[in-house]
Design a protein around this ligand. Structure first.
Ligand code: ZN
Length: 400
């Protein structure tokens, strides 16, 4: 895959939104009540295991006053998650999930109901995604008009980020497919006919795009539709700018042995992530913003909590998608026996959308190469990908 350069972009939303401030967080036996001094835009909650926590993101709110825990909640923390969002974290003394929630009719408070559960149920909740809550329309803050500034310390593009075309009907989830390498970076080169990874990945990305458009259930965009160079961080930055719901980076492997064959999926591992989260926090203190997490106003403990939370959530979702992909696409894509790997690739570092890197096969293997460069082989990969993506979004819809 030849991912050797480690370059990154820092995304900085710069619109100061009008926002309500959290004026109270009250926890009693089975209830959490969060109060605001003004209307807010929306809220969502999700669950994180090990240590067990419930996190509540409130858009259109800034963090403010709170209180200690009680009942199932041992402590309460608040921080600014990004320019427009307050995150409130409830550390749990016992496993409990949010079984329901709603805003008051004036939109000035959010009440969540807690339900104690067994550990297995809690673990299931921890990978099930977010629950969302909307204030009544008449008492709801408008979303901010955000503007994004991109800083790329190395290999800065001459003009801003490319904004690729989005295919498909409005309102559908957006899948961004990233064709690895491009331009002056060919990636791996096959000893079988000199095929270049950058061309193979682009052809497969286009095949996946066409398959998804034909199925019509998601929107799709490619980070590049031609032979151009993008630094790694630009690839996820493009997807984030577009508000992608899923990010798939397509690569082709190479190995010393011509016998190595089959597809591999990479996601971030928890271990790598924890270490990387700490390294990120240390390295990025000057920039104040890590992957959209604003650290400027918070102490380093909170900062590392935020990065940890942000990454853990999408790691669970990413690992789930990787497993689902193996299950749903195994007829079309031949996976390696050890198909799932964990690593800290820059291209996967996007905390707010599930992201995988798919190595479709080996350019150093003759059979793999023949399949990867053929129209039929590319369509098969696209079909497998489409099946996995369909199930992924169907499951997400069902869990809401
Ligand atoms: Zn590659």
């Amino acid at each position: 895959m030849a991912v050797s350069t480690f370059l990154f972009a820092v995304l900085a939303p710069f619109s100061a939104a009008e926002a309500g401030t959290v004026t109270a967080v009250a926890v009693d036996d089975r209830q959490i009540i969060i109060r605001f001094d003004d209307v807010v835009e929306k809220a969502s909650s999700f669950t994180l295991a090990g240590p067990n926590r419930i996190a509540v993101d409130v858009s259109g709110a800034t963090p403010g006053a709170g209180q200690g825990g009680s009942g199932f909640v041992s402590s309460v923390r608040q921080a600014r998650f990004n320019e427009n969002t307050a995150r409130i974290v409830f550390d749990l003394a016992e496993p409990a999930i949010v079984s329901g929630g709603s805003f008051a009719s004036d939109g000035r408070s959010l009440t969540l109901t807690l339900q104690p559960v067994a550990n297995e149920r809690f673990s299931a909740a921890a990978v099930s995604g977010r629950k969302s809550y909307l204030p009544p329309e008449a008492h709801r803050a408008a979303p901010p008009r955000s503007r994004y500034n991109i800083t790329v310390p190395l290999d800065a593009p001459k003009s801003g980020l490319p904004r690729p075309k989005i295919y498909g009907p409005k309102g559908r989830p957006l899948v961004v497919i990233d064709a690895g390498h491009g331009g002056h970076d060919p990636g791996a080169i096959s000893p079988h006919g000199g095929k270049r990874e950058k061309d193979v990945t682009l052809a497969i990305a286009r095949a996946i795009r066409d398959e998804l458009i034909a199925a019509g259930r998601v929107r799709v965009a490619l980070t590049r539709e031609d032979d151009r160079f993008l630094v790694l961080r630009e690839r996820t930055a493009i997807a984030r700018n577009l508000g992608a719901d899923l990010f798939v980076s397509v690569h082709a492997d190479s190995a010393g042995s011509p016998d190595a064959t089959g597809a591999t999926i990479y996601t971030l591992s928890e271990v790598a992530s924890d270490k990387e989260a700490a390294a990120y926090a240390a390295r990025e203190n000057k920039a104040d913003i890590i992957n959209g997490v604003n650290l400027g106003k918070e102490n380093s403990d909170i900062a590392s909590i935020l990065v940890d939370l942000a990454q853990r959530e999408s790691m669970n979702a990413s690992a789930n998608f990787a497993k689902l992909m193996k299950r749903e696409a195994s007829r079309e894509i031949r996976f390696r026996p050890d198909f799932l790997k964990n690593a800290g690739f820059a291209v996967l570092k996007s905390p707010d959308m599930p992201s995988i890197l798919l190595e479709v096969g080996y350019l150093t293997n003759a059979d793999d190469t023949n399949r990867l460069v053929s129209g039929e082989g590319q369509r098969q990969i696209a079909t497998g990908m489409r099946k996995a993506i369909d199930i992924h979004f169907a499951q997400r819809t069902a869990s809401r």
